[in-house]
Ligand binder design. Structure first.
Ligand SMILES: Cc1cc2nc3c(=O)[nH]c(=O)nc-3n(C[C@H](O)[C@H](O)[C@H](O)COP(=O)(O)OP(=O)(O)OC[C@H]3O[C@@H](n4cnc5c(N)ncnc54)[C@H](O)[C@@H]3O)c2cc1C
Length: 542
């Protein structure tokens, strides 16, 4: 009997049945889209003649730009001696709910809330989603007064409304939370609801704010079609409790919604919810978070640094707007870039009119001439000491709020934000002029170095010095800081039991997603929604 390798070399394997292989190949950037070259590379890798390759299909695409000679890494599925099975794209198919299905209240329609709802439907439970904001189309209209007049509509803005904080975001789906659950299932669910198929293969997938609203609308339609409910303008303002059990919630306009379980997925900006829980005597805990500013550069500068070509040269069309990630530790606190948005926009993410908060988003094309990123410093609970006496466990929120109000004052009105060129931040000067910006409400020169607490400013300066060495030009007059970035994550955790995922003292309450301190982005929030839904279903089986 010939062993397989020898049979292969002798060409005898040709006689065997068609087979499917997976190979990783590396191609130079310029040739990476060429199907013939991909096929040749796959054939070489498999040690078979090219004419035995019937079909190839892209499974993973990533860019290796560590060196000047940029390479593209591809994972290919290969049909040898026969075609690949036809591919079925994910579709939004959910079973219809039975009339007697148990009811689960979900507060919040962000990724945690909507993914929890879809999972409950898959498992035969009826989700009743309560959302304080408007549906994604109406919500979009409320961004105009925010951007043009600086007027915040308190229940409908960049944080509140259908789809949650993720709807008008960059829609970055890259996550390091791969151990937390079925990431591929999350991507497939997005694709089933209209996200580009490309997110299934990109190593750093993103959707973009022009596409996300339709994706979340399609998710809502799946929930409604199956027999679930979604209520907009339903701001939860009270809890219905019997002893240790949560029976449901009441809304600000006096409606009552009762269910067999309540998944609380209200995000990191629902400060009224933390106050409500605190007032009800439900245990909360302080947790670390981060505050700082947005840093904005010309995108072509970031491209030239990351792709190793001179500034001013045009980016090769096969390369997307470049991103970066910078991180260090200065005196026991992290200093790092956060939620970098290549080819993006800085947006006003305030939820009340007495504050200025900045965040970043981008369109699917990522083609704005600006690159922005959070530049933030970790805040540990002990760093909030000045606020603890008055605010107790909510001290982190009080600290965030004080920075947001200071930013409002320094901006000088509406949503105008304080801005400072990076060298002026380092030197402690007001900038005489500011650069062009993607931040639509506009900038006012101000001393961000003074506005932020001294320990944060000092660490940011140390971090910037280092980042300027790692990426020459990062600290330059072309770069400016815009404040304040305070909503990186929740300063509060709503505790839950590791196994049941219910609050240790309130049966039937499932703290979920970013607001509860169990997620830090769209995908991790979606995964946590799925986990909480599964936990609620499992609890009924006991
Ligand atoms: C501008 C911006 C850009 C971002 N970009 C990215 C990105 O590119 N990638 C990424 O991974 N993450 C990004 N994020 C963070 C990401 O959006 C959040 O991590 C994620 O949305 C958290 O999901 P969640 O479901 O836990 O909460 P949220 O998305 O915050 O959803 C909470 C929902 O609850 C609702 N709600 C709050 N209080 C109540 C109440 N009392 N009653 C009823 N409803 C209530 C809110 O209106 C909201 O819709 C961005 C955030 C912002 C603001």
């Amino acid at each position: 009997m010939l062993e397989f390798g020898r049979a292969n070399r002798l060409g005898l394997a040709r006689m065997s049945a068609a087979r499917i292989e997976t190979v990783d190949v590396i191609l130079p950037l310029a040739h990476s889209e060429d199907t013939a070259l991909r096929t040749q590379a796959a054939a070489r890798q498999l040690g078979v003649p090219v004419n035995r390759i019937h079909e190839i299909r892209l499974r993973k695409h990533s860019i290796d730009a560590r060196k000047r000679d940029i390479k593209i890494q591809l994972r290919l599925e290969v049909g040898v001696d026969g075609p690949l099975p036809s591919e079925i794209l994910p579709r939004p198919e959910y079973p219809a709910l039975k009339a007697a299905a148990r009811r689960v209240i979900i507060v919040g329609s962000g990724p945690a809330g909507f993914f929890a709802a879809l999972r409950l439907i898959e498992r035969g439970l009826k989700p009743i989603v309560l959302e304080r904001g408007k549906d994604a189309s109406a919500r979009r209209f409320d961004l105009a007064p925010l951007l043009r007049e600086g007027r915040v509509i308190e229940d409908s803005n960049y944080c509140f409304g259908e789809g949650g904080a993720g709807t008008f975001s960059d829609g970055k789906l890259y996550t390091r939370a791969t151990k937390r659950g079925p990431v591929a299932e999350v991507y497939a669910t997005f694709v089933a609801h209209g996200a580009p198929v490309q997110i299934l293969v990109d190593s750093h997938p993103h959707i973009g704010s022009n596409l996300l609203p339709n994706v979340v609308k399609a998710m809502r339609e799946s929930i409604l079609r199956a027999g679930g409910e979604v209520h907009f303008g339903a701001r939860v303002a009270g809890l219905v409790r019997r002893g240790e059990r949560l029976l449901g919630v009441t809304t600000a306009d006096g409606r009552e919604f009762l269910g067999d379980a309540t998944i609380l997925a209200t995000g990191h900006s629902a400060r009224d919810i933390y106050r409500l829980l605190h007032h009800e005597g439900i245990r909360l805990e302080q947790k670390a978070f981060a505050v700082g500013v947005r840093i904005e550069h010309p995108q072509n500068f970031i491209d030239s640094r990351q792709y190793h070509y001179p500034v001013g040269q045009e980016r090769p069309h096969l390369l997307p707007a470049a991103s970066y990630r910078l991180a260090t530790k200065i005196k026991d606190r992290g200093v790092h870039s956060f939620c970098m948005c290549p080819g993006g926009f800085i947006v006003p993410a305030a939820t009340e009119n007495d504050e200025v908060v900045v965040n970043g988003m981008s369109l699917s094309r990522r083609d704005s001439p600006f690159a922005n990123s959070g530049l933030v410093v970790t805040v540990e609970p002990e760093d909030t000491a000045p606020w603890q006496e008055e605010h107790g466990v909510l001290a982190g929120i009080a600290m965030q709020k004080s920075l947001e109000q200071a930013a409002k004052l320094a901006g000088g009105g509406g949503q105008v934000a304080p801005g400072q060129r990076v060298p002026d931040f380092m030197a402690g000067l007001v900038s005489s002029t500011l650069n062009a910006t993607s931040y639509f409400p506009g900038l006012n020169p101000a001393r961000l170095d003074k506005l932020l607490p001294g320990a944060i400013t000092w660490r940011m300066k140390q971090g910037l010095k280092l980042f300027g060495q790692q990426m020459p030009g990062y600290v330059s007059n072309e770069a400016q800081l815009i404040g304040c970035e305070t909503r990186t994550s929740s300063p509060v955790r709503i505790p839950r039991d590791d196994l049941s995922l219910q609050h240790p003292e309130v049966l039937g309450l499932y703290p979920c997603g970013e607001g509860a301190g169990f997620a830090g982005g769209i995908v991790s929030a979606a995964l946590d929604g799925i986990r909480c839904a599964d936990a609620a279903v499992d609890a009924f089986k006991v």
